[in-house]
Design a protein around this ligand. Sequence first.
Ligand code: HEC
Ligand code: HEC
Length: 328
Amino acid sequence: MTNLAKRNVGRESEGRGAGLRAVRRTAAALLCAGALTGAFALTARAQPSRTVADGVYTAGQAARGAEVYRAQCVTCHGEALEGSVGPPLAGDGFLSVWSALPVVELVDKIHNTMPLQATAPLSRQESIDLTAYILEGGGFPAGAAELSDAALADIALPTVATASAAGGGDLSVVPIANLAQLMRAIAFPASNIVFNVQIKDPADDVPPPTAARSFDFVEWGATVYPGWEAIDLAALAIAESAPLFLVPGRRCENGRPVPVDRADWREYTEAVVEAGRVAYRASQSRSVDAVIEATDQLNEACASCHEVYRDVGAEGRGVGADRCRQEP
Ligand code: HEC
Ligand code: HEC
């Protein structure tokens, strides 16, 4: 169990000593959490100096990419990158997913996760050539030099507004859970799946056969999207569900309304969305170290809000008349 888990359920760790690195890192994050309260210094990235509009690949390279594409990608992404089983790899919807990110992230995504359920992984060069082909298909110009591994981090994809920033649907959500239940139902289990990367490499997570035991939906379900995909999905659950903290009308366990109108409450929530997004990107990189790095940010995001709105007044699970005060 992680430190966060310990704090949340107020129980002693059962695995003391088992995950030294985990305990050390999480403890460090908890120490920092106080200092960071209210300060949202989110991931500082070195800014790429060029964009894909600057002629960053060659026509010959895109042609090599096209060959691999026809052999390995076309069935799922379409003849003209328009998508079929998989999403489109050109157009505004696609670009908004990758808005302003360095090209290396797109190459990594292809290299680490495509073709879906592949038996033989793509080489780095193939992944870069495929990216050149995707850039060509997106209307970005070819140039004099090939896209090279060394340059990838220094080239940005264009900035494109996301669908929700550009309008989005108007869905009214009616709260059913109190805030504590919502946290226990989604944020807590999803975070613990991500924190588990501190002590277990998802690549080694081979689910045991269930046949020998009596059937159990939960055990069976864990075998359907195991390993790294489970980490991807947990990170997405965190990012996508955090805005539910902002739904008006929800109450905390003590009956106080969730302080959704407070600016800091919104900022703490946005920090969790961002931490979930960072954890997802880290998981997509298939790097244990990157996810461990991301867990620090996630832990801070949860703890910063808890310090102000949850862990006040009383200790322990489900108690605290001072929780969710409008004016902490
Ligand atoms: C069996 C179907 C399948 C094949 C084959 C396949 N993909 Fe995909 N691809 C998907 C699905 C489904 C997704 C969405 C899920 C995800 O992002 O992992 C996806 C997502 C992507 C994305 C991210 C798109 C986005 O909107 O963020 C890229 C880039 C991509 N694929 C490139 C490729 C390339 C390049 C190949 C060939 C080497 C390939 N895919 C082969 C099914 C496939
Ligand atoms: C915007 C503020 C905020 C953020 C962000 C936040 N929480 Fe909470 N959390 C609370 C409050 C307030 C409570 C107490 C709710 C209540 O009493 O109804 C709570 C309660 C909980 C509980 C239940 C504790 C108990 O009483 O048993 C868990 C578990 C939890 N949070 C986990 C998380 C995790 C994990 C994250 C990060 C992914 C997170 N929370 C992010 C404010 C927040």
